[in-house]
Design a protein around this ligand. Structure first.
Ligand code: APR
Ligand code: PHB
Length: 387
């Protein structure tokens, strides 16, 4: 078996890379260990920077996104019992963000690849990558096979096999003393724009998925089991953390999905070894506050696709050689922003009241100073994709 680019992982990174390469006449095979239903249902974040929306559109998968995505021009910071709007679009020269779940992006990309006759294999687990040959050994339907290629794209997420094949990898890591309990509820959102709430009881986020589905998050202890959070406890804790003095009310409804995710910052350097290129969660994880994870994964594969096309069309390796450094610049910027926003809004589990007051002082400054609000807005909407 042979292809030009062997892509390990059918998350947003692997699938979009395959689509971008296809549009530029480069062949790929995507190997995904899970089945299609699993990857299409896995709940993740759903906030897209404008650059992400633009690339999905120009890749021919923007139709449903344009119809069903919710365009946002601002967000709310809620603290001390009151809400304060940050006018993102006004502060960033007209940029917007869009709410569209990662599950939907994955569905759209899989449909587009299969409709074009693309080779996307589910239930195909990569066992090992040989970065020199280069090739990927994988198992599908009980059979072990080898896929030969020019280049391997390790888009296999945080728990994949790609990263382990990079000798001398340097990793940078930070754990946070909190986790997020994420909830999908069948109830009309109680807000038009995202609400990031700081409270004495901890952080809460009200996001949305559609006019009938809400997405909510609660800061919880990383050691908490999901059984400790029956639905009634979740709603009462959300109500307490979102409470305002003007009588705002949180609508509740059936919870159809809930899970607890630990928070971490992680960066692996370099993002390349030999003919293996890492992209997305395989190379970096950001804490979810600010929703940079998906946008970073998309940005990596835009850079990689351009670099591969330059190699095939012009025989130039210049962009491939710059791949890791180009991506890492954006990764560290996002890492800084996500950890800043995380520590600004989450409650210190030790209940440090100095920390609490320091956070409130900065939140006051953020909503009073145009310069401070612009810093938040610029980072939140994201820079244009690199290149
Ligand atoms: N062989 C084949 N596939 C594998 C293997 C393997 N050995 N190991 C992992 N995979 C698959 C996983 O099953 C998963 O579908 O690789 C895929 C990686 O996809 P994601 O985890 O979605 O990672 P990525 O495409 O980089 O997208 C990053 O995911 O975690 C969120 O916030 C993050 O939104 C961001 C996005
Ligand atoms: C989401 O909608 O899932 C979401 C939005 C914003 C965040 C994190 C998650 O900061």
């Amino acid at each position: 078996m042979r292809t030009q680019v062997a892509i390990v992982g059918a998350g947003p990174a692997g699938l979009l890379l395959s689509q971008l390469l296809h549009l530029r006449g480069v062949d790929s095979v995507v190997l995904e260990s899970r089945d299609r239903a699993y990857v299409e249902r896995r709940q993740r974040a759903g906030m897209l920077e404008q650059g992400t929306v633009d690339v999905l559109r120009s890749s021919g998968v923007g139709e449903r996104l344009d119809r069903e995505g919710l365009t946002h021009h601002g967000l709310e910071l809620r603290f001390g019992g009151a809400g304060h709007r940050i006018p993102l679009t006004e502060l960033t020269g007209g940029r917007t963000v869009t709410i569209y779940a990662q599950t939907e992006i994955v569905k759209d990309l899989i449909a587009a690849r299969l409709a074009a006759g693309g080779d996307v294999r589910f239930g195909a687990e990569a066992l090992a990558v040989d970065t020199g040959a280069p090739s990927v050994t994988f198992r599908q339907d009980g059979e072990t096979r080898t896929l030969d290629c020019d280049v391997i794209a390790g888009c296999d997420g945080f728990h994949g096999v790609g990263r382990a094949a990079v000798p001398g990898l340097r990793t940078y890591e930070r754990d946070y003393p909190y986790a997020w309990l994420g909830v999908l509820a069948e109830v009309a959102p109680s807000t038009d724009e995202l609400v990031y709430a700081h409270s004495e009881r901890g952080f809460a986020l009200h996001s949305l998925r559609s006019p009938r589905v809400s997405r909510l998050y609660l800061q919880v202890d990383p050691g908490d089991a999901i059984e400790a959070w029956p639905d009634e406890r979740i709603w009462s804790e959300l109500r307490a953390r979102f409470a305002t003095s003007d009588g705002w009310e949180l609508r509740d409804g059936p919870i159809v999905e809930k899970s607890i995710t630990p928070m971490r910052s992680f960066v692996a350097e370099p993002m390349r070894h030999d003919r293996l290129f890492l992209a997305g969660d395989a190379a970096h994880i950001v804490p979810p506050t600010g929703a940079k994870g998906l946008n970073l994964a998309i940005s990596d594969v835009i850079v990689l696709a351009e670099a591969l096309v330059a190699r095939y069309d012009e025989g130039s390796d210049k962009l491939l050689d710059a791949y890791s450094a180009t991506c890492l610049k954006r990764v560290w910027r996002a890492q800084q922003f996500a950890s800043w926003m995380t520590t600004l809004l989450h409650r210190d589990p030790a209940g440090d009241s100095f920390e609490h007051r320091r956070q409130l002082a900065y939140l006051d400054y953020l909503v009073a100073s145009k310069a401070a609000a612009t810093t938040l807005a610029e980072n939140y909407v994201g820079a244009a994709p690199t290149l």
